[in-house]
Design a protein around this ligand. Structure first.
Ligand code: IMP
Ligand code: MG
Length: 185
């Protein structure tokens, strides 16, 4: 069954554009797999779909490890507090990591994860995010690869949810009441 989009939501990024851009991201990341491949870590839940599709295109088809981080409570307003769960099995000490995120909003989640893995002795941390909302940044965090820069709109689909809904949509949509606006690669 095709998942049902939120009523009156608008498509921001089509499934075809997502697929095309993920191929480009994989090509840009591939050289970092030339020698010792990095340990790939997907930030759940939102980045699961993106990480699976990206890893299928990376040299050696790495299997992503996962870690759970959440900064959002219910709804579309960040609580500002990041909690990190799981990931104890990830080899981190002296390893190069590639963190895979769905969307960087305030930046707090990615910053908290960088601090977490740095404290555990990671040798290097690279980041790839499918989406970034630069206008919303509260803390500065380095991003190595960005799929699309989008304006300050809450989005769902392709792994991203609103209170657990709409993750299965194959495209990215903005919620009703928010205007469709620019997308930049
Ligand atoms: P940050 O810590 O504020 O950067 O928030 C990052 C996390 O919040 C992302 O990994 C998402 O899980 C979630 N998030 C931020 N913006 C959106 C959105 O527009 N839709 C769905 N989830 C979002
Ligand atoms: Mg996320």
């Amino acid at each position: 069954m095709t998942p049902r989009p939120p009523a009156d939501s608008a498509e921001l990024i089509s499934a075809a554009d997502l697929e095309r851009r993920i191929v480009e991201l994989a090509a840009a990341i591939a050289p970092s797999f030339d020698d010792e491949p990095p340990v790939v870590v997907a930030v759940l839940e939102g980045a699961r779909t993106f990480a699976e599709q990206l890893c299928a295109l990376l040299p050696g088809r790495p299997r992503p490890f996962s870690i759970r981080a959440s900064s959002y409570g219910a709804g579309t307003v960040s609580t500002g507090k990041v909690s990190i769960d799981g990931g104890e099995e990830i080899p981190v000490r002296a390893q190069r990591l590639l963190l895979v995120e769905d969307i960087v909003d305030t930046g707090r989640t990615l910053l908290a994860l960088r601090e977490h893995f740095t404290a555990l002795g990671a040798a290097d941390i690279a980041t790839v995010t499918l989406l970034s909302k630069p206008a919303r940044r509260v803390v500065s965090v380095p991003l190595d690869h960005v799929g699309f820069e989008i304006a300050d709109r809450f989005v769902v689909g392709f792994g991203m949810d609103l209170d657990g809904q709409y993750r299965d949509l194959p495209m990215i949509r903005t919620l009703p009441g928010t205007q469709v606006s620019s997308v930049r690669e």
